[in-house]
Design a binder for this molecule. Structure first.
Ligand code: ZN
Ligand code: ZN
Length: 373
């Protein structure tokens, strides 16, 4: 499915969490399979709504979706080789949904709010950034656009218009839940009036519309330290989602993905590259110039070096994240056979073979498996 999630919910790109939730609930009520069993179109629509909401209700996923689109949830996206901390996958496929019923969805949604809660720290928000290998090695200050909700300063997050206050919910008398059923089958349900909050808000704050939060976009400078790899996290304290009921805001995490480099391959703190050498250079063990991340470096080949041999350039790799040494650069040798050899060249090669007779295949005396029929 490659639908626009905002379009599916019919909300604006800047819609707040509350707006998304309202839109989702409205649509979910309309299209839930229990409403019109067997209606395939509704069922499909319901899957789409659910998928869209799973992404847009989660700040982390929403940010990834905004930045990378559906690709953000493709398998393998941003999977880190080094740290194993890759981006989290996207668990909510449409297929998974079938088993979940009406109660599951709305139950969960309210369930977490059955008891009025105290102050809570805001949620952490993850932002994915891509950096070049050079920046991963030397560090970089980069600009990141943060988009989050912050506590409304007009009402202090209560959602009540200044000068007014929230009131105890008349339905549940502040408990946040109501009882349903008879006898010993009584079950506590989230209060339908206050959705478990225990209070109602008769005069919503005009600045935030009663949600207690306002969206904030901000461009900040983030210092990417030397040594980051795929999945490395840079914490920006206090720049996450708003705290609830006076709690502190969450944190923002800048998660790095390092772009592949055409010349250097990275594994952890080490770098790898290949160097093509001539037969002469390999046989005589000459000095060759090797590109490294610190520029050209002279490397002395050992006499008679062979294709596939790895030579180490100490300390020319990636600095360890957070300090503690620098990795190495390994150069894999590839001996290049001369082509288009002239008559004179052929003579010289023959002569060379006579002077230094060698049979690299002398160990091999295999007779074959059996006769073909
Ligand atoms: Zn407000
Ligand atoms: Zn209530």
């Amino acid at each position: 499915m490659t639908k626009d999630y905002y379009g599916v919910l019919g909300v604006d790109k800047k819609a707040s969490k509350d707006n998304n939730k309202k839109a989702f609930r409205k649509l979910a009520r309309k299209y839930h399979p229990d409403v019109d069993p067997g209606d395939k179109a509704s069922e499909q629509k319901f899957k789409e709504i659910n998928e869209a909401y799973e992404v847009l209700s989660d700040s982390k996923k929403r940010q990834q979706y905004d930045q990378f689109g559906h690709a953000a949830f493709d398998q393998g996206f941003g999977q880190g080789a080094g740290t194993g901390q890759g981006f989290e996958g996207f668990p909510g496929g449409a297929e998974q949904f079938g088993a979940r019923g009406f109660e599951d969805i709305f139950g969960n949604m309210f369930g977490e709010r059955v008891r009025p809660r105290g102050p809570r720290k805001g949620e952490d928000i993850t932002y994915a950034v891509e950096v070049d290998l050079e920046d991963a090695i030397f560090g970089k200050t980069m600009q990141v656009d943060l988009r989050r909700d912050v506590t409304c300063s007009a009402c202090g997050g209560s959602g009540a218009q200044p000068g007014t206050s929230r009131r105890t919910c008349p339905t549940c008398m502040g408990s946040g839940s109501v009882s349903q059923g008879r006898g010993f089958m009584q079950m506590a349900q989230p209060c339908p009036t206050c959705h478990g909050e225990g209070t109602i808000n008769p005069n919503p704050c005009r600045t935030c519309g009663g949600s207690g939060v306002i969206p904030k976009s901000e461009r900040i400078n983030v210092k990417i330290p030397p040594g980051v790899d795929n999945g490395s996290k840079v914490r920006m304290a206090g720049l996450g989602g708003p705290g609830e009921k006076g709690g502190p805001p969450g944190d923002a995490y800048i998660v790095t993905k390092v772009r592949a480099h055409p010349y250097f391959e990275r594994k952890g703190d080490n770098l790898y590259s290949e160097a093509a050498v001539t037969v002469k250079e390999a046989a005589l063990g000459e000095k060759i110039e090797i590109p490294t991340v610190d520029g050209m470096v002279s490397l002395s080949l050992p006499e008679g070096v062979q294709t596939g041999q790895q030579l180490k350039l100490r300390g020319k790799g990636v600095p360890h994240l957070g300090g503690g040494g620098v990795g190495d650069h390994y150069v894999t040798i590839k001996v290049v056979t001369p082509t288009g050899v002239s008559e004179r060249g052929k003579e010289l090669l023959q002569e060379l073979d006579h002077m230094h007779p060698s049979n690299p295949r002398r160990e091999i005396t295999f007779r074959g498996f059996r006769k073909r029929t």
